[in-house]
Each structure stands twice: as C-alpha cells, then as structure tokens.
Design a protein around this ligand. Structure first.
Ligand SMILES: *Cc1c(COP(=O)(O)O)cnc(C)c1O
Length: 403
C-alpha cells in the first residue's frame, strides 16, 4: 500500500490500527494457484489462526479458498463466514475427544494427530473419514518456537509409529481419506520440504482410500529487502512433478492440499502506531509508541523482524532508534534501527503485520485492542471496531465487600 493511503486511513480511524491490503492477499493466493497449475485438483485451505477476522474469512471464500482450523470456535467462525463444512479441515493438537467429535458432527474433515485419539474416535465412528497427521521429523522451521516437525515435537503421529497406526486402523476398520504433514513455519529450503514430501508419498501407499494429501504450510515470506523467501514457483514445479508421479503410482488422482496462513496474509498487513515520546538516554534514542506486546507480540515472542516506516516523514533523513512500547515490561519492537527522523506524534507503520499479529493481541495492562481496516478496491472498510472501556469489564464479576 502507498504511504499516503496508510497515513490517511490511520488519521481517519485513529491509531494504533491494523490495516490489511486485500489486493496483496489476492495476489499471494493467485501466486500459489499459478505455481501449482499443473496439479489437476489443487485445494487451498487458509489457516484461520493467522488472521481470523470474519471479513477476512469471507474474502478468502470469495477468492475460492477453503479453511484450515484448530479449534471448534474457528470452525464456527468459518461456517458463519459461509464456508460449507466440506471446505473446512480441522487440524487441532491436544484438544479433547469431545471437541473432535463435536466438530465431526458438523460435517467437517477431521485431521487426527494422536494414536490414542485415533483409536477412540475410530472405535466410535468407524465410518467417518479421517485424515492422519504424520510427523516426518524434519526440522524445517525458522525458529524453534514454530518448528513442529522435529523428533521431540508434540505434533503429529511419528513415522516410526506407522505399524501401530496401521494396526489401529485395521482393528477399528476406520476410513482414512487423507494424510497430512505440517513441518513448521518459515521453510527456507525447498529440498527439505521435498524430502519430507517423499516420506509422505511413501507412507501414503499404506492407505487405499485417500482423497487428498495435505502438505500443510510453512512458506516463508520476505520481511525485509533481499530477504530469503520460499521460492513458490520452484517448489510448484518440483513438487507437481513428484505429486503427479505419485498419483500414477497410486492409481488415482488425489487432491493436493495446502494450508497457508502467513503466506497469504503476512505481507498484506500494516500495524500503524503513533509516537508518544522520543526519549534519549545516555546510550540510546528511544521512540515510544502507543502500543506494546499487547497488540503486536511477534517481535518479542519470535524475535521477528518487522520493517518500520515513519509514514509521517517518509522522506526524512534516517537516524537510529530503539522502538519500544508503553507496557510496563520490556517490549522492544526494534533495536538500534535506522528509521526516517522521528518527532513526537509521528505515525510509524510496521510491515508484515497481517499474520499472527492482531490474532495474538490481548488486553494486558488493561489496554484496548485496536481496530482493523480492510483496504479493498481503494476503499478503507472498517472490519473491527476498536475496543472501548466496557470491553475491559466485559465478563468480569464485581464483588461487593461492604457486607
Ligand atoms: C499454523 C498452521 C498452518 C499455517 O502455518 P503458516 O506458517 O502460517 O503458513 C497450517 N497448518 C496447520 C496445521 C497449522 O497449525
């Protein structure tokens, strides 16, 4: 989006604010579709947890996407947004069997990642088709917090447990219609991804009724200029060849599924905040903004890098700042970062704030969550009101101790 557009939206709706560019989401979606144009049955299931605003979900539906969900609440949101249950995949981890059964009753595709749950579910519901989440033990993630394929990971059924998995399926006579892997966010090395895919293909031969193979996600997007990113075109070319070969060998054209979150929405998002004060200490110039990790936790939680632009002074001379928040705890967004000269009251825009940004916001320090705006066809559409003080008290019960 253009600096001017960000500036006028932030002034119109107030800051802090999340702004999403619908066109960028659409472009990313089409990029993925085009990279896999040689796959006859490609299905994209947007990972709701990255950014779960209902209008974003409706936009994904408008693009032709399905969704991937991790809680029954996300499933319900998806249904409210208009997704048919058969366009929804449920890929939870560590949730109760009751929740899995409740989601299954809605007609949603269940993806099971635990042998104990598989056996319980299969015994009770042998006719319900289920997908199996395999852990190929590939360490593909960029950060240990988001790498979910390694040997000690809590995710998926280990490839070393396939014999027991097959025994459970045989005993329960359940119907496995899909297999899945999701090796973690930030895949840099396509070869590693392809290697994990081979493990999936090999194991897929154990199942006779597959309708789809789900390769999860984890595509890396650029965070700064010259940043490495997953080469989708190359992955598309290489994986498509192998996938189509697999289908021949398998004797059936199964669907190829991806569940991207970050890839679709990360770059669409901008988080715009205003500078409360510029504070010099003996060693540092701090820019203190009207936000903190209550609104935007990725820099602290994942040590993620987010480009910062002073949209009030976009042509200004660059100087070094540490950008920090107003939370009474260390909440550093950027250390010793070169930014166009900052004055108090300036608006700073953080890039890559579409995925896992608003979605992870909270009310710490009894602060209000910001508004969300979708920039669609050159219009700024409000898709979430900013909170007010009532929201802080909502659901609290006030006791009276004067009795
Ligand atoms: C979080 C998640 C995704 C999305 O991951 P991204 O890195 O945002 O693309 C996909 N599938 C599953 C099962 C997930 O838990």
């Amino acid at each position: 989006m253009k600096t001017q557009e960000l500036l006028s939206i932030s002034k119109e709706f107030g800051s802090p604010i999340y702004i999403y560019d619908a066109k960028k989401i659409e472009n990313q979606y089409n990029k993925l579709i085009n990279a896999f144009s040689n796959i006859p049955n490609l299905r994209i299931h947007y990972a709701v947890k990255a950014l779960s605003n209902i209008s974003i979900l409706k936009f994904m539906k408008h693009l032709g996407s399905g969704i991937d969900t991790v809680s029954i609440q996300e499933v319900k949101l998806g249904i409210l947004a208009g997704f048919e249950p058969d366009k929804i995949i449920f890929t939870p981890n560590g949730v109760s069997i009751d929740e899995i059964e409740a989601v299954s009753k809605l007609g949603v595709q269940i993806n099971i990642d635990n042998l104990s749950v598989l056996e319980q579910f299969g015994t009770k519901n042998p006719r319900t088709p289920v997908c199996i989440r395999i852990n190929p033990h590939i360490n593909a993630g960029g950060n240990s917090n988001i790498s979910v394929g390694h040997i000690d990971s809590k995710f998926g059924i280990s490839i070393h447990q396939i014999p027991l998995l097959l025994r459970i399926i045989k005993n329960t006579k359940m119907n496995v219609n899909g297999i899945h892997m999701h090796t973690g966010s930030d895949i840099l090395d396509i070869e590693v991804f392809l290697y994990a895919s081979e493990i999936l293909f090999e194991n897929a031969m154990n199942f006779k009724n597959l309708e789809f193979i789900d390769f999860g996600s984890g595509f890396k997007v650029p965070y700064k200029k010259d940043d490495v990113e997953t080469n989708i075109e190359e992955l598309g070319k290489k994986l498509s060849i192998r996938f189509n070969e697999f289908c021949k060998l398998y004797g059936k054209e199964v669907d190829l599924v991806f569940e991207p979150g970050k890839f679709l929405v990360s770059e669409s998002g901008y988080f715009v905040t205003s500078v409360n004060s510029v504070k010099q200490t003996t060693s540092t110039v701090f820019a203190q903004i009207n936000s903190g990790f209550n609104h935007f936790i990725r820099p602290m939680f994942y040590n993620s890098y987010h480009d910062i632009k002073n949209i009030s002074n976009p042509k200004g001379k660059k100087r070094f700042y540490s950008v920090v928040g107003y939370i009474c705890e260390t909440d550093t967004f950027a250390n010793n970062r070169e930014i166009e000269e900052i004055s108090e009251g300036d608006l700073l825009a953080f890039k890559n704030a579409g995925a896992y940004s608003f979605a992870m916001s909270n009310n710490y320090n009894s602060r209000l969550k910001p508004a969300e705006v979708l920039w669609y066809k050159n219009k700024a559409l409000l898709i979430r009101h900013k909170e007010d003080f009532k929201d802080i008290l909502n659901k609290q019960i006030e006791l009276d101790f004067n009795l």
